[in-house]
Design a protein around this ligand. Structure first.
Ligand SMILES: [Zn+2]
Ligand SMILES: [Zn+2]
Length: 254
């Protein structure tokens, strides 16, 4: 059985068949999913999905894309949601310098504020880091006494930097990109990482793994991520599945 540590099943691309797709996940080998919020609204939807399905858990938070309109009142609302049943993390939060949809100054400010919120609630954090590795690391280091664990989701940085994040206590999540033909850095991380720091994810509906690249992703495809990691490490699939499931349960205290 597999643990998909990062999915967005509330996304409108699942509107047509969400219920059926989710209900089929256990028979397709998925034991747990963390549905991750990226706005106040999708955080609320994540909590609703977690309430409805026993194997879905929720994370609540505001993505760097969406912080430019964020107010202190929204942070209060996130805090209230975070106290709901089956909320296991604050996320996704972080920095995105690839799209730069929000000014970087605001991205950093709201990243820090949500780290502090997670600390006050005793929750781990789910980090989105796109082309912002150095600043993400700086902010995490500056808050290292206020972090109760977390995960670098869809990790795309170098192996060298992965070690810095792991030194801060973070897990590294690999997703669809590790299966892509041109993948170099995620494959290197998959080969070198100590198994006790590794978790897997899909980031559904994004980043569908090979041979579904470009299609809508879904949590059942997390199997292809585990298979690829097993292949590049010369291990059996079942062992990767089992270890990453146990790691994720420890990370999210399930
Ligand atoms: Zn993300
Ligand atoms: Zn995401």
């Amino acid at each position: 059985m597999l643990f998909d540590t990062h999915a967005h099943l509330e996304d409108e691309r699942f509107d047509e068949d969400r219920e059926q797709l989710i209900e089929e996940l256990p028979e397709r080998g998925v034991a747990y999913v963390v549905n991750v919020g990226s706005t106040l609204e999708t955080s609320r939807m994540s909590v609703e999905l977690a309430a409805r399905y026993p194997f879905i858990y929720a994370a609540v938070g505001v993505h760097p894309h969406d912080v430019s309109q964020m107010s202190s009142r929204d942070l209060d609302d996130i805090e209230a949601l975070a106290k709901s049943h089956k909320v296991v993390a604050i996320g996704e939060i972080g920095l995105d310098y690839y799209y730069d949809f929000s000014p970087r100054k605001l991205q950093k400010e709201w990243f820090a504020r949500q780290i502090n919120l997670a600390y006050s609630l005793g929750l781990p954090i789910i980090i989105h880091d796109r082309d912002a590795h150095a600043d993400v690391l700086d902010i995490l280091k500056a808050h290292k006494d206020r972090i109760v664990g977390g995960v670098m989701h869809c990790y795309s940085g170098s192996w060298e930097m992965a070690k810095d994040f792991m030194d801060l206590g973070f897990y590294i999540a690999l997703g669809g990109p590790v299966t892509f033909k041109n993948a170099k850095r995620p494959v290197e991380v998959a080969q070198k990482i100590s198994l006790d720091r590794l978790v897997i994810e899909t980031d559904s509906p994004y980043f569908a793994p090979t041979p579904h690249r470009g299609e809508r992703n879904n949590p059942a495809y997390v199997r292809l991520v585990a298979q690829k990691i097993a292949e590049v490490r010369g291990m059996v699939f079942e062992e990767i599945a089992q270890v990453t499931l146990q790691n994720a349960k420890k990370l999210f205290k399930i």
